[in-house]
Structures are given as C-alpha cells and as structure tokens.
Write a protein that binds this ligand. Structure first.
Ligand code: UDP
Length: 313
C-alpha cells in the first residue's frame, strides 16, 4: 500500500517546515510548496534526497498543479509577521484570498482534506479575554495589520463555504504566537528580535511600555495540536496555543536573564493596532483533541536559544 500524500503550502516556512518533518515521520509522502518569499530552502534542506519528500517552488496565488492523488492539503503559505505585512501588504492579501481559493479548488479536485492555518489575529485587538473560538473579534480593516487579519478572516469564510457548498472536508486552526528553531532572525517579531539583540548585547527594543501581553507556544506543541486536528472530524475553528500569558516587558527581561546578556531595555513607539492582550481559551482543543501544551516557556526558550546561538555564531 502506498503512503498517504500531503501537500503543505508554505512548507519552507517556520511552521510549514516543522509540519513537513512531522508528517514524514508519521509515514506520509510530503509535497512542500513554497515561493520562498519569506520561507527558506535552509529550513527543508535536510529533507532533500528523502524519497518521501518533494519540493515545488510555486506561488499559490497562481493555479496550482499537482500530479496524482492527494489525501490532505495543509495551507500554511503566507507572510506572518507584522513587518512582513508592512513590506508585503498586497502579497499578504493575495495569498490569504486568492491562494486559499486555489488551494481549496485543488482540495475539491483531489477529494483531499483541507486544513487552513488561521490565526489569533482574527480576534484583532480583543475585547474578550482569554479568546474563545466563539468570539468574533475586533479588527480594524484599514489598519496595517488589516491586510493579514482580513485575509485570514476571508480565508476562514472561503474554507467554510467550500465545506458547506462543495462538501470539502475542512479544518481550521487558529494559531497563537509560536516560537522555536527556524524562526527568521530578521522577521521583526518579539522573540527573534529580543533573542538576537540579547545575544549581541544590543539594546532590547520594547514597543510602548511593554504592558501588552502575549502567550507563547513552543513549536512542537503547536505541531502536535495541528496533527491531531488534521486527523479529527471537527470542522469549526480550534485555537491552538499555550495559555501561559506574559507581558512583553517581562518577556524581554526573561530573555536577558536566560542569555546572561548585558543588554538594556529601551522603549520604542507602540505600533498602531498592536493588540493589548492575547491568550487562547483552549477548552475546545482540550475537549475535542485531548490536547494541551506540554512545554512551558522556560524549557521552550532554552531549546530555542540553542538555535539562535548557532545562527548568530
Ligand atoms: N514587540 C516589541 N519589540 C519588538 C518586536 C515586537 O516590543 O522589537 C512587541 C509587539 O509590539 C507586540 C509583541 O511584542 O506587542 C509581540 O509582537 P510580535 O510581532 O512577535 O507578534 P504579534 O504582535 O503579531 O503578536
């Protein structure tokens, strides 16, 4: 019997590449598709030559052709950091809308299951805390984050429409801030920025007074949650994230302590529409997937530090 086959769009990105590893380890044949706009061949080079792995360089906003059968599509292609949205607003909108449409069309054609990588950004700057899946969110459609938030909201709507109208088997994961090896050093997000600054003994740039909170998930926990959701029969969105919440100022201090850095904290202007709080309500994931995070921040940051040390030399 031949292996099951999964297509992972955005498979050369931070999360996509970890999913390539996980699905190969679980006996799947993996087709990784990426245009390498924010993804990198270095994230998947260890898989080249593996007979279960194939890489196709392609922009999924254009018609997607894949030969043969497909059992599953994981749609992870998208820029995914605030700096990326600022620099690539149109590509961000296009991949969330046109790219999701193309990937869903392929799922329908191949009779494949489709999993959408959605995001806690669909909740915008939330007025309900922590955020359950039933919350509709508080998004500024014309702000600079709007290009990502609205594209992902559209992608969720499109995914549900393909499910209801065409009977495509769909899953939606709402991913909260995730960290681990293979994050881009220069993507402008808090964790890679603080780690790089700390390891170089440069000033740590906390935006605003740092009282805004986030809840950081270690990548292995996220991948486990996604793997379980992909194999469940649950159609509506599921939050996957670690509810361990921390303010950004405390997070910066934690990274200084962890690295033993001489860096000082400085404050910069808070970007517009920066969510003041974020923390997942994971009751659904607990109940439906029997999932909860296993790696706490101290352990996860320690592992991640090794990667950043290697990168920075
Ligand atoms: N942040 C910061 N300094 C930086 C980068 C980010 O203080 O150099 C803050 C940012 O304003 C936000 C939080 O850290 O409040 C998390 O930002 P990130 O870009 O990692 O993710 P997101 O805002 O999408 O959760």
């Amino acid at each position: 019997m031949s292996n099951k086959k999964v297509l992972i769009t955005g498979g050369a990105g931070f999360l996509g590449s970890h999913l390539c590893d996980r699905f190969i380890n679980n006996g799947y044949d993996v087709i990784c598709m990426d245009n390498l706009l924010t993804g990198s061949a270095s994230n998947i080079e260890h898989l080249f030559g593996n007979p279960s792995f194939q890489f196709i360089e392609h922009d999924v906003t254009n018609y997607i052709y894949v030969k043969g059968n497909l059992d599953m599509i994981l749609h992870f292609a998208s820029p995914a950091s605030p700096i990326d949205y600022l620099e690539m607003p149109i590509q961000t909108l296009k991949v969330g809308s046109l790219g999701t449409h193309k990937a869903l069309g392929l799922a329908k054609e191949k009779n494949a299951r489709f999993l959408l990588a959605s995001t806690s950004e669909v909740y915008g700057d939330p007025q309900i805390h922590p955020q359950p899946e039933s919350y509709w969110g508080n998004v500024n459609p014309i702000g600079f984050r709007g290009v990502y938030d609205e594209a992902k909201r559209f992608a969720e709507a499109m995914t549900m429409a393909y499910h209801r109208f065409h009977g495509v088997e769909t899953r939606i994961v709402r991913i909260f801030n995730t960290y681990g090896a293979r994050m881009r050093l220069e993507d402008g997000r808090a964790l890679p920025t603080f780690m790089s600054q700390a390891l170089r003994n440069e000033d740590i740039t906390v935006f605003g007074d740092g009282s805004q909170s986030r809840s950081f998930t270690y990548v292995d926990d996220l991948v486990e949650g996604i793997y379980r959701l992909a194999h469940s029969d649950y159609v509506e969105p599921v939050n996957i994230g670690n509810p361990q919440e921390i303010t950004i100022l405390e997070f910066a201090e934690e990274i200084i302590r962890l690295t033993g850095s001489k860096s000082k904290i400085i404050h910069k202007e808070l970007p517009k529409d920066d969510p003041q709080v974020r923390k997942p309500d994971i009751s659904k994931a607990r109940e439906i997937l029997s999932w909860e995070p296993e790696v706490d921040r101290a352990a996860g940051l320690k592992k991640t530090l090794e990667y950043f040390k290697e990168q920075i030399g």
